[in-house]
Design a protein around this ligand. Structure first.
Ligand code: GLU
Length: 322
């Protein structure tokens, strides 16, 4: 009798272990695989960084199975190289830089990146040249020999600085170029270590607001004939006004040029995932607005304006839907 009881107990134990194992296995099989989406943004004092953070949050909340994180980077050129090397799955970049990469020209000469596709263009990025109010520099013609913050190494800003200086007949050899992030450039202006800072970013840009709250600043214009020459040579530039009072103490409108910010993905990213990501972003633009004022202009209707490279089929599917 006792033997029988022990036998029964033992078989119950074995059975429950087996059932336990089985259900654990089933649970393991059911758990969906997490898809990691690393998002390349820019420096922390720009616009890419807060918007990229908001995009990560939107994806994590709205696309099951996605684990998204945004990271600070050197911006456009660096982001495209990271995408090419498979280090990130989504990147914020300038549309002019994306075009150069896709065609293998300018800074991507002999380094073409053809495995990149567009998701959407987002907002205008204004090329802003900042000096302190009391600076003797009145126009871009006055930059010879000056300490010029031209953007981070690997930024789209740096290429814009080079092209704009070129329109004014200036090369880096004529001045003292400094490869600084927007935040470093802002500090340099405050300390007198930088005479002019180039910033290609959505306006208002945090780094510029930061200086303007502490010191009086001026924005330098790009003169009309130079604007025309730039657009003729580099068609991604468009005329752009920085409206008065975009920054504290900036009392007049300033004419300059702008490019567009956009999102890119690797060509081989699954179309269903890209579709879901695009749908989640455009279904939650309120979150983008909360991250930056420019989120207001991020709409489905304007998402293909200035698209410089082929669009990813997953994003295309979303934009074609009524
Ligand atoms: N457009 C800038 C660049 O690629 C970055 C702008 C930002 O960080 O908001 O240089």
């Amino acid at each position: 009798m006792k033997k029988l009881f022990i036998l029964m107990m033992a078989s119950i134990l074995v059975m429950s272990l087996l059932i336990g194992c089985g259900s654990q296995k089933a649970a393991e099989q059911k758990a969906p695989e997490k898809k990691f989406i690393n998002i390349a943004t820019g420096g922390t004092a720009g616009v890419y960084y807060p918007l990229g953070g908001a995009i990560a949050e939107i994806l994590n909340k709205n696309v099951p199975g996605i684990n998204a994180t945004a990271q600070s980077t050197g911006a456009s050129v660096a982001n495209i190289n990271m995408l090419k090397d498979g280090k990130v799955e989504l990147a914020m970049v300038q549309n002019d830089t994306a075009y150069y990469a896709f065609k293998g020209i300018e800074m991507f000469k002999d380094k073409q990146v053809a495995n990149m596709r567009g998701v959407a263009t987002l907002y205008n990025e204004t090329i802003q040249m900042i000096v302190l109010e009391e600076s003797p520099i009145k126009t871009l013609n006055d930059l010879k020999g000056k300490k010029v913050a031209v953007g981070s190494i690997g930024s789209g800003t740096e290429a814009n600085a080079r092209q704009i200086l070129e329109a004014y007949g200036l090369a880096y050899t004529d001045l003292n170029p400094q490869y600084l992030s927007f935040g470093e450039a802002a500090n340099g202006l405050k300390d007198g270590n930088v005479d002019v800072a180039f910033v290609t970013a959505g306006a208002p840009t945090a780094a510029i607001q930061d200086i303007a709250f502490q010191k009086k600043i001026r924005l330098l214009p790009v003169e009309a004939d130079k604007v025309d020459a730039l657009i003729k040579k580099y068609p991604f530039y468009a005329k752009q006004l920085v409206k008065a009072n975009t920054y504290p103490g900036q009392t007049t409108d300033i004419e300059t040029v702008a490019v567009k910010a956009m999102l890119v993905v690797p060509e081989n990213l699954d179309a269903d995932i890209v579709y879901k990501m695009t749908k989640a972003i455009y279904g939650n633009t309120d979150r983008l607005k909360a991250a930056h004022k420019l989120g207001e202009g991020i709409t489905k209707e304007s998402a293909l304006e200035g698209m410089p490279i082929p669009i990813h089929p997953g994003a295309e599917k979303f934009f074609k839907e009524k």
